[in-house]
Design a protein around this ligand. Structure first.
Ligand code: SF4
Length: 391
C-alpha cells in the first residue's frame, strides 16, 4: 500500500488539522505473495518505512497534509544521505522493512532510480507513491520497475473527472490516473488505489468501487481523513457513518478480487473480526486473512515515517518528530524513543481504547486521537464502540 505520508507542521485540533494521503499507512503496500502474521507488537522493526523523498509536487490536493510545494527544498536528504538511511534500515534486521518512496511527488527527484536501486541492492523491498502529473510517463514507470519498484499506488478520490479533479486541484488528473494505471499494467507493476474518505466523498464510494474494479488493481485502500493541513477544508465522516461503511466494505471484501484496507481507521478490524467470528472462522483463520495480517499495525507500531528533511515520525499523520536521521540512529529511535514505546504499549491507552478487547489488534488511530485531543494515548474519536456496553 502506498500512501503519501507526511506530518503536519502544527498540531491538529478539533475540526481542523493535517492529513495527507497515505498511509499511511498503514497499510501495507508490498502486497506480493502471502504474508504470515507476525504478532501484534512491532517493537524490533517497522513493517513499513515511508520516506518522503521530496515535498515538491505539481498537484494542489485539497487534502494534502504534506502542504506540498512547487519546487524541491534544499533541506531534502541528498542522494548520499538517502543511501545512508537505507544502510541504517539494514540495522533493523530480518525481515527488513519495506520502503515506500513517497512525497510530495517522488518523481520530482532525478536520483529516484538510483535510490531505488540502492534499496534493492540492500535487499529492501520498495514501492512508489507517485503523483499523477506529466512527470508520470510509461517510460518512467518502466525505468522504476527495472530499478526494483514492486508496486505503485495511485489516488482516485472520485468516480468521475469533476469529483476527482476538484479534489486534486488540477483538471485532467482523472484521465491521467486512468492512463497511468494502464501503463502500470503494461510494465507489470501491481497497483494499489487510494481513495479519500470524507463527508463529501462518502456517497460516491460505491461508484468509485465500480471504477477501481475495472482497473485490475491489487488493493483498494480507503484513507479516512484526519482533517489537517489542506485537509482542514474537508470534514471527517461521523462514527456512525464509519460503522456503516465498514459493514459495506467487509461484504465487498468477500465479493471482489482486490483486497480492501483502511488507513487511519483501524477499527475496521473490529467490524471484520466480529463478522468473521459470526461466520464461524477460528482465530487462526482470521489472523491469516488480509485484514488479520494487518493486526496491530498502526502509527508507530509497524510504521515509521521519514520526512524530506530527515525528521522521524511515528507516521505521516502524527506530527511528533522524535529525531532526525542526519543526527540520530533511526533504529534506536524506533525501538527506544518514549513516543514510539508508548504508542506500542496498549496498556497505557485511555478511554474506550484502554478497556477495549480489540485494542491489540486495532488500537485506533493514534494520529486522530492526537489531532482531536492532543494526547496520542486517548481513544480514537471516530470509533463508536463502547466496550463496557458491547463486550
Ligand atoms: S475502542 Fe479503540 S481499540 Fe476498540 S475498536 Fe474502537 S478504536 Fe479500536
Amino acid at each position: 500500500m502506498v500512501e503519501t505520508q507526511r506530518p503536519p507542521t502544527t498540531p491538529g485540533h478539533p475540526g481542523g488539522h493535517p492529513g495527507p494521503h497515505p498511509g499511511g499507512h498503514p497499510g501495507r503496500l508490498p502486497g506480493v505473495g502471502a504474508v504470515q502474521p507476525r504478532g501484534l507488537v512491532y517493537d524490533r522493526a517497522p513493517m513499513l518505512v515511508y520516506w518522503e523523498t521530496t515535498l515538491a509536487c505539481g498537484l494542489a490536493c485539497r487534502h494534502c497534509r504534506a502542504t506540498a510545494e512547487p519546487e524541491r527544498s534544499p533541506l531534502e536528504l541528498t542522494t548520499d544521505e538517502g543511501k545512508a538511511l537505507l544502510d541504517r534500515i539494514l540495522g533493523f534486521g530480518e525481515p527488513l522493512p519495506h520502503v515506500v518512496f513517497t512525497g510530495g511527488d517522488p518523481l520530482r527527484r532525478p536520483d529516484l532510480e538510483e535510490l531505488v536501486v540502492a534499496a534493492t541492492e540492500r535487499g529492501i523491498g520498495a514501492s512508489l507513491a507517485p503523483a499523477v502529473t506529466p512527470d508520470l510517463t510509461k517510460e518512467r514507470l518502466a525505468s522504476l520497475k527495472a530499478a526494483g519498484i514492486q508496486t505503485i499506488s495511485l489516488s482516485l478520490d472520485g468516480s468521475d473527472p469533476a469529483r476527482h479533479d476538484g479534489l486534486r486541484g488540477v483538471d485532467g488528473t482523472f484521465a491521467m490516473t486512468m492512463r497511468a494505471a494502464a501503463w502500470a499494467h503494461e510494465v507489470g507493476l501491481p497497483i494499489q488505489v487510494n481513495t479519500l474518505v470524507t463527508d463529501t466523498t462518502l456517497d460516491d464510494l460505491p461508484a468509485v468501487c465500480e471504477t477501481v474494479g475495472g482497473m485490475g488493481i491489487l488493493r483498494w485502500s480507503l484513507f479516512f481523513l484526519i482533517s489537517v493541513g489542506r485537509g482542514s477544508v474537508l470534514r471527517e465522516i461521523t462514527p456512525a457513518q464509519s460503522e456503516r461503511l465498514f459493514h459495506w466494505l467487509y461484504e465487498l471484501s468477500k465479493e471482489r478480487r482486490f483486497q480492501v484496507k483502511t488507513t487511519e481507521a483501524t477499527h475496521y478490524r473490529r467490524v471484520a473480526i466480529r463478522a468473521m467470528e459470526a461466520e464461524g472462522m477460528s482465530d487462526d483463520e482470521i489472523a491469516r486473512t488480509s485484514v488479520g495480517r494487518g493486526f496491530g499495525i498502526r502509527d508507530g507500531n509497524g510504521i515509521l515515517f521519514v520526512s524530506h528533511d530527515g525528521s522521524v515520525y511515528p507516521s505521516g499523520f502524527l506530527p511528533l518528530a522524535v529525531g532526525n536521521v542526519r543526527a540520530d540512529d533511526v533504529v534506536r529511535l524506533y525501538r527506544e524513543h518514549p513516543t514510539f514505546t508508548s504508542l506500542r504499549d496498549t496498556s497505557q491507552y485511555k478511554g474506550r481504547c484502554g478497556i477495549c478487547p480489540y485494542v491489540d489488534r486495532c488500537g485506533g488511530s493514534r494520529a486522530r486521537a492526537y489531532a482531536w485531543t492532543g494526547d496520542v494515548l486517548e481513544a480514537d474519536p471516530l470509533c463508536p464502540f463502547v466496550p463496557t456496553a458491547e463486550g
